[in-house]
Design a protein around this ligand. Structure first.
Ligand code: NAI
Ligand SMILES: O=C(O)C1=N[C@H](C(=O)O)C[C@H](O)C1
Length: 267
């Protein structure tokens, strides 16, 4: 059986470097190339900490990489600014994207859904690859059917670029699908310091904590008369995301639509 040819964008990043190791240790996967904005024309092995990957080419030009190597899958773990461009380019060249990069808007998702349809190939965008986080979102959605009052508190390392996190937005979207619409808190509440009540998503509030020492954590709190329910997930390292990345790569090869969220494929 031919190996799955994978291109990884963002290989020197916290997630990308973990994904390089995942692809390298998976028997039927092969790293065809990496995409980085440095060292185009060189090799991954030239980057510090990657000496074992001497032969893996580095491209700065995604389209050129796809034209020359015709890979099966792009794993994108970059930044909100470039994630959409990479994903679109991949679909245009018939390469199936598995995207962990966060910060995609509803409009972005709509455009990608149409592009998948046009090209007849699959794409997976997963705001969180950790199984526990996916369950936390599903459990929160279940609780949202019974509790209208919810506050989402996401906690991340202080190098994170986007706020709120992709996971928090996805959680809010999933709860909003089942929750009776409600503007939370007192109708006359006033912020004496702007932002004190966090971001407002459909009347729910999202709070973003950024601290060194944290990795990726989220707590969803529900309240009603005389009780609260708290659902919490913690990722203590980036290895926690890798089984989800593998599941997404294996799945994206078999589908021909856009899937937004791992909860749609874990069953
Ligand atoms: N879906 C999930 O389970 C997870 C998603 N993430 C998301 O993944 C993304 C990456 O996160 P981290 O690895 O922590 O960030 P990071 O900052 O450590 O890595 C990002 C990498 O992208 C590279 N990059 C930037 N522009 C590029 C370009 N034009 N071409 C190629 N590479 C480029 C940077 O050099 C850097 O190495 C973020 O959007 C984050 O929110 C992070 C953890 C889990
Ligand atoms: O940047 C991170 O670290 C993470 N980003 C994703 C998000 O925005 O939800 C997933 C996870 O929380 C880690």
């Amino acid at each position: 059986m031919d190996k799955v040819k994978i291109v990884i964008a963002g290989p020197r990043g916290r997630m990308g470097s973990e994904a390089v190791q995942l692809v390298n240790r998976t028997e039927n996967y092969e790293i065809a190339a990496v995409i980085d904005h440095k060292n185009g024309g060189g090799f991954l092995g030239d980057f510090e900490g990657f000496s074992q990957f001497g032969q893996v080419p580095v491209y700065t030009d995604l389209a050129l990489c796809f034209q020359e190597l015709k890979p099966d899958v792009l794993i994108d773990l970059t930044t909100p600014e470039v994630g959409m461009f990479h994903t679109k380019t991949a679909l245009e060249y018939g390469v199936r994207p598995v995207v962990g990069t966060t910060g995609f808007s509803k409009e972005n998702l709509k455009e990608l859904e149409e592009l998948c349809q046009e090209k007849g190939i699959g794409c997976i965008i997963a705001p969180n690859f950790a199984l526990g986080a996916v369950l936390m979102m599903k459990f929160s959605q279940l609780a949202g059917r019974y509790f209208n009052d919810v506050e989402i508190i996401e906690l991340h390392h202080d190098q994170k670029l986007d706020a709120p996190s992709g996971t928090a937005v996805k959680t809010a979207e999933m709860i909003a699908d089942v929750r009776e619409n409600k503007e939370q808190g007192h109708s006359q509440e006033k912020e004496t310091i702007p932002g004190a009540r966090g971001a407002n998503f459909d009347g729910m509030h999202i709070h973003s904590v950024r601290l060194p020492g944290l990795i990726a954590h989220q707590q969803v709190m529900f309240g009603s008369e005389g009780q609260t329910l708290t659902i919490r997930h913690d990722s203590y390292n980036r290895a926690s995301f890798m089984s989800g990345v593998k599941l997404a790569v294996d799945t994206v090869l078999k589908i021909d639509t856009l899937v937004y969220g791992l909860e749609n494929i874990i069953d």
